[in-house]
Design a protein around this ligand. Structure first.
Ligand code: NDP
Length: 419
């Protein structure tokens, strides 16, 4: 029996909400609130007659703390699931603290306006001190740790697939497979084809910002930064086949380095096809990925926002996307004094996802873990107060829930390693 407020009604939220409604004995009441209420109403309508969950909808501007506080105080949820954009993380956390409600999200904070001089000052100091230049990092949300602890509340950060399940895989490997872990390689492969020359599988603005940024990895406790897409490997993925993958900066590297400090090297690789890379480079070269407004015929236009308006809506890719994703972690380390390797991953089929929840696998592999994370908090499996990432909790009930709700794990004790 619980009341949940979901903020956002895009590609990922659509899957998370549909999955919550499949577990209607836990998610008994759910309010979908977003900037565009008509999208919430359309989803509520689509769910009618398919679930016992009592679904209501609301309009909210999640950049506005007062509006959020009014909504939370009137709905009185047990948990707020932030599945809007990373730009809203801090305002929603503020509102949860004011109202005394648990919080969770799927991506760490990133400012919408990276030209804001106050934010830039802090950002540039962090770049120098830490050695990586991504716009997003955990420091903003980790700064809320004491406040959440003192309020007796939990904030669960980054509970999608990556970040999210990948950290649960790390906690699982540490708990069951290794005494010490030496290296972690996170491999994110999308073998799906949507038939467009260029489209992104989740919010284009967030996706393109992430992918066009310099890559980085952690070696012996220090960040090593490299030009974007300058480290390439090939890997033969189970159920997908041979793919090119590139080393990227990714948010879970930061928390894993803190929470599994013995690890000597942590890297993240993502697969990209040549058409995607060629389009992205061209768009970058002509300035279309810029977040700095330009004046065009008397109007202020942010190039990457304009590009978003031109690209296919990720939510529309579902029926067109065929193929599979394969996301997981390869570990090296020691057990009982012996060297050991281990690979844990999930394979997910785009068309199967579409049949079940009318979405492609990227939204599915994010929305299902978001529902499972909420399930952990609502059923008292994860209770630690404060602000925490997924690897800080017991991985077993979470991975069991993923197995049951559509993202089963596969394992190999003799994987091919990435050089
Ligand atoms: P979408 O752009 O499809 O959806 C975002 C939703 O948030 C939309 O409904 C949008 O409303 C709403 N929204 C945006 N701004 C506001 C605001 N100010 N107030 C209220 N609602 C707002 O994004 P996705 O579903 O693709 O992604 C959702 C989140 O999931 C992102 O944070 C993304 O980074 C994260 N993600 C995480 C992954 C992981 O593995 N951990 C993988 C993929 C995504 P409107 O309809 O009006 O635009």
């Amino acid at each position: 029996m619980s009341r949940v407020l979901v903020i956002g009604c895009g590609g990922v939220a659509n899957v998370a909400i549909r999955k919550c409604c499949q577990v209607d004995d836990v998610f008994t009441e759910l309010c979908i609130a977003s900037r565009t209420k008509s999208k919430c109403d359309a989803l509520a309508e689509a769910l009618k007659g398919k679930t016992k969950t009592v679904v209501t909808t609301a309009q909210v501007d999640a950049d506005n703390v007062d509006e959020l506080v009014n909504l939370i105080n009137s709905y009185k949820p047990d948990l707020v699931m932030n599945i809007a954009l990373p730009y809203q993380d801090l305002t929603i956390m503020d509102a949860c603290l004011i109202c005394g409600v648990n919080y969770m999200d799927t991506a760490n904070y990133e400012p919408e306006d990276t030209d804001d001089p106050e934010w830039r000052k802090i950002y540039e100091k962090r770049c120098k001190e830490q050695g990586f230049s991504a716009y997003f990092d955990y420091s903003w949300q980790w700064a809320y740790r004491e406040k959440f602890e003192q309020a007796g509340l939990t904030a669960l950060l980054g509970c999608g697939f990556d970040p999210g399940v990948t950290q649960a895989y790390c906690a699982y490997a540490k708990k069951h497979e290794f005494d010490t872990i030496d290296t972690i390689d996170i491999l994110d492969c999308n073998g799906g084809d949507h038939g467009y020359a260029f489209a992104t599988n989740f919010n284009p603005e967030v996706n393109l910002r992430e992918v066009s940024a310099p890559g980085s990895y952690i070696e012996n406790g220090k960040w090593v930064e490299i030009p974007a897409m300058s480290i390439k490997r090939e890997y033969d993925f189970d159920c997908v086949g041979q793919k090119d993958m590139y080393l990227l900066h990714h948010e879970e590297l930061e928390s894993l380095a803190v929470n599994i400090p013995e690890v000597k090297r942590i890297r993240f690789f993502m697969t990209f096809g040549q058409s995607y890379l060629t389009h992205m480079k061209c768009l970058e070269n002509v300035g279309m990925l810029s977040t700095t407004p330009v004046n065009f015929e008397g109007h202020e236009i942010v190039p990457i926002k304009f590009l978003k308006a031109l690209l296919p809506d990720p939510a529309s890719l579902g029926p067109r996307t065929h193929g599979k994703t394969n996301i997981g972690c390869i570990f090296t380390g020691k057990k009982d004094g012996q060297d050991k390797t281990y690979y844990i991953y999930n394979v997910c089929d785009h068309q199967e996802c579409y049949k079940e929840v009318e979405s492609q696998a990227i939204s599915y592999t994010t929305g299902v873990p978001a529902m499972c994370g909420a399930l952990m908090l609502l059923t008292g499996k994860w209770t630690t107060k404060g602000v925490h990432t997924v690897e800080e909790f017991d991985p077993d009930p979470f991975i069991e829930a993923l197995d049951k709700h559509g993202l089963p794990k596969s394992e190999s004790h003799n994987p091919v390693l990435v050089d």
